[in-house]
Design a protein around this ligand. Structure first.
Ligand SMILES: [Zn+2]
Ligand SMILES: [Zn+2]
Length: 604
């Protein structure tokens, strides 16, 4: 009954709205409007000069006519170029003409106008609307335009300041915290009440014989909004699903997954729709290169690939790698044409039960890490993974030619053994725990058939029933064969008491990696090292430990860490904090170092 009602309603709706009209003309991407200049860039797609080969009467702008539909309504792509071939990226706007008004989607960068009033964004838009497609013949009664923003980032709202004389539809959930201009109107998929503007969001923009629908694409920003034109078979997506790849590390990947699934559902009704990003043909940082996929910027397949990337990261089936551009917490995943940055600490809302394991490979599977920028990773030539469990434990996995070693077993959610074997393939696995902490030994039972190393005198519960256990201590080594550079892979045991009386650290000698377990805590201004022994004892132990390990590693990995590297300077900071001691009866000692190396010690 319900199904039938839905079906009948859908047919009725389709009749009323005349949906979907699949007669929209295909979009052309590079048809310059007469009088506008082609973009000028090098082979890798980076702008040369100011982005134009000759003086541009339109300043920082150029425009392409993408389509003219059967009603004579036009659709343009307007490019805003940034000078130079650096890492910044010019922005793309779209102009959709209706019979009564036009909609400019975004206002790009706040670039310097060469001649305000003549070569500025408004002049460009007015010229396009005011002329026939020959770029010469004036239209007698051209329509004026209004503006809608896809999201709040400055590279898409740069010229909003010039638009105070007209309506600017602004994403409700990106609403400016203070002083929203009076001409801003909140917009959100489906409309509804809000605390912004006059208290009501709108969900559709009527242009006269052309209706544009807001689609929620939250995550890149909290209010990221797409603009869907069903009749003309296109959607402008801003930065919500990126161009070439998406920066999804600003928010939660669970929300990003919801967004790309929603977008996939929205596009399902359309036949080969144009998916129009706000950095057109961005295939790399700063580049404006050739189309990344199949001759157009993005498409349905790209959206499907983004769904696969987001879901794969959440369920652990997709392995990420460091993303070298925005700090050591951000990593990137790739599935077919889809790529997405994310943070291992930004997968689900804080109270979510996450029973998956998530891995990143260091320095990475793509072979693109910049070792000039990250020399501390240059010696890692084993197969090396950081694995996060849902309880925020970091495990490490090192594969040499003869065997692999798992360092730590996390909280013990089922599936770790299967997860690890998928990463390492057919080499035998051995397991080591760096202490008897619950976050180290929680998953040990899953490896009862494997050889297990535990710290000498550690309290490993006998009820785990482990049979193949070797106790290890100072000077013991574990050999894993050779690495990809044919060097012997040796893991050297270096005990350090403090957090745990029997705690270990491990030197991965050829990789020049220190796996510090909980013995050094985690690099952070707040949590840090939880010390269970008297501070003076730890000061002594740390000095002795440093005498054996200093200079033997370029990078530190702790047992509670999101970062794809922590610098050895963190160890100096930890020692400085330990030597400094507490001020009064405060229980946390913090070193004076910068945020990326600061160390804290929490006393009992
Ligand atoms: Zn953005
Ligand atoms: Zn952007």
């Amino acid at each position: 009954m319900t199904h039938r009602l839905v079906a009948i309603t859908a047919i009725a709706l389709a009749l009323v709205l005349n949906l979907p009209a699949q007669t929209a003309p295909p979009l052309e991407y590079y048809r310059l409007v007469p009088g506008f200049l082609p973009e000028y860039k090098n082979a890798s797609g980076r702008n040369l000069g100011n982005g134009f080969a000759t003086p541009n009467p339109w300043g920082a702008y150029t425009a392409c006519l993408m389509a003219t539909n059967a009603k004579g309504q036009r659709t343009w792509r307007i490019e805003n170029e940034l000078p130079g071939g650096g890492t910044s990226q010019g922005s793309t706007m779209y102009l959709l003409e209706g019979s009564e008004r036009a909609l400019l989607i975004d206002t790009a960068q706040n670039t310097q106008d060469t001649t305000a009033g003549q070569s500025d964004l408004k002049a460009v838009v007015r010229f396009l609307l005011g002329h026939e497609n020959d770029g010469k013949t004036a239209r007698p009664n051209p329509v004026d335009f209004i503006v809608a923003n896809t999201h709040s980032h400055g590279d898409h709202t740069g010229k909003n300041r010039d638009m105070s004389d007209r309506t600017v539809y602004y994403p409700d959930l990106d609403w400016p915290r203070a002083n929203a201009p009076a001409n801003y109107v909140p917009i959100r998929e489906g409309g509804g009440a809000t605390t912004h503007g006059n208290g009501t969001t709108i969900g559709e923009i009527e242009l006269g014989g052309r209706t544009i629908r807001a689609i929620s694409l939250y995550e890149h920003t909290p209010g990221s909004t797409g603009y869907l034109d069903t009749e003309n078979n296109l959607i402008a997506t801003g930065d919500a699903i990126g161009s070439g790849y998406v920066w999804a590390h600003f928010g939660l990947i669970s929300q990003y997954a919801e967004t790309v699934r929603h977008l996939r559902d929205v596009l399902r009704q359309l036949n080969n729709p144009a998916v129009l990003p706000a950095h057109f043909y961005q295939v790399d940082e700063a580049s404006r290169g050739p189309a990344p996929i199949r001759g157009h910027p993005l498409d349905k397949q790209y959206v499907d690939d983004e769904v696969a990337a987001a879901e794969g990261v959440l369920n652990g089936s997709v392995v990420g790698e460091p993303y070298g551009t925005v700090g050591r917490n951000v990593v990137i995943a790739k599935v077919n044409t889809g790529q997405m940055t994310y943070g291992l600490n930004m997968l689900f809302p804080a109270n979510t039960v996450d029973r998956a394991y998530h891995a990143i490979q260091i320095p990475g599977w793509s072979g693109t890490v910049d070792f000039a920028k990250y020399p501390m990773l240059a010696n890692i030539k084993t197969n090396f993974w950081l694995i996060r469990d849902g309880s925020n434990n970091s495990l490490y996995l090192i594969r040499g030619s003869a065997k692999a070693l798992l360092v730590g077993t996390g909280a013990g959610v089922p599936g770790l053994a299967t997860f690890v074997s998928r990463l390492i393939g057919s080499v035998p696995l051995e397991v080591i725990v760096t202490s008897d902490d619950p976050g180290q030994i929680g998953g040990l039972m899953q490896f009862a058939a494997d050889k297990i190393y535990t710290p000498k005198d550690a309290a490993i519960p006998p009820q785990l029933g482990l049979t193949n256990v070797s106790q290890v201590g100072a000077g013991d080594t574990i050999s894993l064969g050779t690495d990809t550079a044919n060097r012997p892979v040796t893991i050297q045991v270096e005990p350090l008491a403090g957090h745990s009386a029997t705690g270990l650290t491990l030197l991965d000698v050829s990789d020049r990696v220190l796996l510090s377990g909980d013995a050094l805590g985690a690099q952070s201004a707040t949590d840090g090292l939880v010390l269970n022994t008297p501070l003076p004892d730890f000061v002594t132990a740390l000095s002795a430990w440093r005498a054996k390990t200093d200079g033997k590693y370029d990078v530190v990995y702790t047992a509670h860490n999101f970062q794809w590297f922590t610098l050895p300077a963190f160890v100096d900071q930890l020692q400085a904090a330990a030597v400094k001691g507490p001020a009064g009866d405060v229980k946390t000692i913090k070193s004076a170092g910068a945020a990326d190396i600061v160390a804290s010690i929490v006393l009992k």
